[in-house]
Write a protein that binds this ligand. Sequence first.
Ligand code: C2O
Ligand code: CU
Ligand code: CU
Length: 486
Amino acid sequence: MDRRTFLTLAALSSLAAACGTGSSAGSPSPVVALDFRNPLRVPPLLHPRPDKDGVRRFDLSMQAGRTPILPGKQTPTWGFNGAFLGPTLRADRGDKVEMAVRNRLPEVSTVHWHGMRLPARMDGGPHQPIEPGDTWTPHWTIDQPAATSWYHPHPHGATAQHVYRGLAGMFIIDDDLDLDLPSDYGVDDVPLILQDKRFAADGSFDGDPLKGTFGILGDHVLVNGSHNPHLNVTTERVRFRVLNGSNARMYTLGFADKRRFHVIATDGGLLGAPVEVEAFALTPGERAEIIVTFTPGEQVVLRSTDNGVDIGEGDFDLLKLIAAADLKPAPALPAHLAPLAAITAPAGAKVRRFKLSGHDAINGKPMDMARIDEVVPAGALEIWEIENNVYSHNFHIHEVAFQVLDMDGSAPPAYATGYKDTVYVPAKSVVRLAVQFGRFTDPVSPYMYHCHILRHEDSGMMGQFVIVEPGTESRANLTLPTHPGH
Ligand code: C2O
Ligand code: CU
Ligand code: CU
């Protein structure tokens, strides 16, 4: 195995690098040590407004406030329906949803439904700005497998700042696959939103998310906005829905006692079967669902181990789990999960190549709101090849589901073989994806693809594609009017 392949595999599986059982062992990290004194916050579930027509209407208000995060300090923060982060939205496959997103912030923003398959005008990218005081009301029918997705602002050039201040929330999709998985929200089905921050002496968030190679790498890692957290576990098995909502930090997640656990889902939904691991990697924007088994009375720490990527920074703790003396019994983990049909590009499928250069361009071009980079026929199955000649990046495509074909010629780890929308692209590697595009056509409303390190996204490592009626690709206009949708 050559060094490059080894690094890729080590970064992803982390098995080679995991070591030590406490914060003192393993590689030193600039992240501050914890004593787990604070109860973990769990974002509230947002209940839709009751409606006779069967549409689930969710009200979201983007607002500024103050949040106690560090002892004795109030941090100025932004949130949805509260001072910090956002409520968890939950809907079923087949539901019609309508959002009313009110912008009570002093500046223009947007809200993007990351992981959602929907028409481009509902996507909430940079082309759907919400002016201060305005309300945006996108609507769509949920039509995709059960998954953990999320929502966050996407204003061009200001995504890093808006997310860093606290605008992010989870969006859970359920379907009617009759699986016996933990699903009691906040009890045995628990969101974990990982975000790292820097603090100034007065408690305010510090640092410039648009400076340096990666922007901010915080020395305090928050889980659901809590610093130094613990969670009381009351059931034998818990499903954690983990979201890397950090601006740049990459995590390799596992437990201090190196227990094994199961990954059951990634970005786009459930895997075919649970995959047993000791650790798994999560880069910004990615999600994974894991099932962890506890014994009565035990305590164990969730941590990130040195993952050999440029954005890992040693071993550090995240959350202590404290199991009750009596745990409610849980059903066994199902042997099979979803009927995962492979995304297969047909022979002769279109191959598109994307070269990530520096931190501000794709194929040598920085993002231009008025330029369409790619025109894709509806329902296409294509191969996208992402080449990275520099330091760590990742790659996210709006609207699609993809599967990773290979990373530098090697198969991805088993837990990363399911449906995804965001993928790690290690330094000096090529990642190939089989991509399934959606069926909503709109030649003047683009979707985005970009590095989800927000410093890179904001500085131009992003491009735009439209989905059009098959056969009309060559007629698509590659220049957009300056104010589409207005
Ligand atoms: Cu989560 Cu285009 O983003
Ligand atoms: Cu997205
Ligand atoms: Cu990047």
